[in-house]
Design a protein around this ligand. Structure first.
Ligand SMILES: Cc1ncc(COP(=O)(O)O)c(C=O)c1O
Length: 416
């Protein structure tokens, strides 16, 4: 009796929990789902859609599903703490190249994670504990994927930005980027998008990557790559891994967060890896033990189903070749939509230069539309995109692209 009176009079335990800021993408998806207008076009969600606007299960994944389902030795046991070797070994070769000296010299450790987000988080916590110097900040591109800052701050890092997008040309601000990397104190952590930068779709050229590597070497910075679109960006897994392989060849130690959400269409299966490349094979034991410990403390073991599907594809030559074709189909359709939107806007005479829509790469295009134009497009045309004017090009298809172009044209001209 006394106990219940005491607890009833105490202020609520959760009373000091403030409201978290709303997640822009999740909010957008709720708004879009609630809109039943026939013209609605959802260009918010970063997930591939086929030309009829439907999610696409890659044909190669359908085959892998059948193989996994009919495996007489299949079971639902826990994976080991490092994950499924068929996935982690395959992912290593995919990222670094099958003939990578770093792999043959046993300087790489790969742990399976909860997709790309989980890989980012394990990396962030690992770096928070072991970064040198201990007060190093993590530098993110301006702008970047919305979750980067949240993940890094949740792990306890100070987050700073380097310039990336030239908001005038909607191309790369390479001079600003290099200047900021040079001006940062020595030995900072630099988060880099390996390819298909989210949200801008703007990637450095190979020559620009070399300049970035030069400055990072000069300043002793640590590269932390986020690779969520390998093969999905250009259809060519080697091309999309250029930056990572360049940094490895230049002798950097680094971390790579890798996602199989987009390139295998395994979004909800949460399939990914975190790779650590050390200078010396003797360092791998300690690094892997800490990554395993961190992963064990948070997820214990990674999820098995997506790993079995991705591992099946990565380990079978025939399926691997089919996968590359499937990725080619996705990246070609997206490229067609980019060019289609650019062509339509240009032939409508829409004020502005729309070349950037075709020049950018990957899932997204940074259109340059203002927040106010985004609001009008949503409220008057049922066209959904993030507040920064980013569209998921995969949401365009032959059935809606004319409507989207006309809506953008009208809004840019100031009409509603
Ligand atoms: C740059 C970047 N990193 C990581 C992710 C993580 O995705 P997932 O956790 O679904 O693999 C995404 C997804 O949109 C992304 O764009």
């Amino acid at each position: 009796m006394a106990d219940s009176a005491a607890s009833a009079s105490a202020s609520p335990y959760f009373a000091n929990v403030p409201q978290a800021p709303a997640d822009g993408i999740l909010k957008l998806s709720v708004l879009s789902k609630a809109d039943s207008d026939a013209n609605k076009v959802d260009l918010g969600v970063g997930a591939y859609r086929d030309d009829s606007g439907k999610p696409w299960v890659l044909p190669v994944i359908r085959t892998a599903e059948q193989r996994v389902a009919s495996d007489p030795n299949g079971n639902h046991e826990y994976l080991g703490v490092g994950g499924l070797p068929a996935l982690t070994n395959g992912a290593q070769k995919l990222i670094f190249g099958a003939d990578s000296p770093a792999i043959s010299e046993k300087r790489v450790y790969t742990i399976q994670t909860i997709s790309g987000t989980g890989a980012n988080m394990v990396a962030a916590v690992f770096l928070r504990q072991f970064k040198q110097p201990a007060d190093a900040a993590v530098y993110i591109s301006k702008p970047t994927w919305g979750n980067h800052r949240s993940i890094l701050q949740t792990a306890g890092h100070e987050v700073r930005e380097y310039r990336y997008c030239n908001y005038g040309t909607l191309g790369l601000d390479i001079d600003g980027m290099l200047e900021d990397l040079r001006a940062a104190p020595r030995n900072q952590i630099i988060l880099l998008h390996a390819c298909a930068h989210n949200p801008t779709g703007i990637d450095p050229t190979e020559a620009q990557w070399q300049q970035i590597a030069d400055v990072m070497a000069e300043r002793g910075h640590f590269p932390f790559f986020d690779c969520a679109y390998q093969g999905f960006a250009t259809g060519d897994v080697d091309k999309d891994a250029y930056a990572i392989r360049l940094f490895v060849a230049r002798g950097f130690e680094l971390l790579v967060a890798e996602s199989f959400a987009k390139n295998m269409g395994l979004y909800g299966e949460r399939t990914g890896c975190l790779h650590a490349v050390t200078k010396d094979a003797a360092l791998v034991g300690a690094v892997s033990s800490q990554l395993n410990r961190l992963s064990r403390a948070t997820i214990s073991t990674a999820s098995a189903y997506g790993a079995k599907l991705a591992g099946t594809v990565l380990q079978d030559q025939g399926l691997y070749a089919e996968w590359v074709e499937n990725m080619g189909e996705m990246s070609r359709r997206i490229k067609d939509m980019r060019e289609g939107l650019r062509d339509r806007l240009q032939s409508l005479g829409t004020p502005g230069d729309w070349e950037h829509v075709a020049r950018q790469i990957g899932m997204f295009s940074f259109t340059g539309l203002s927040k106010q134009q985004v609001d009008v497009l949503r409220d008057s045309y049922h066209l959904y995109m993030t507040d920064d004017g980013r569209i998921s090009v995969a949401g365009l298809n032959s059935g809606n692209i004319d409507y989207v172009a006309r809506a953008i044209d009208a809004v840019v001209r100031g009409g509603q």
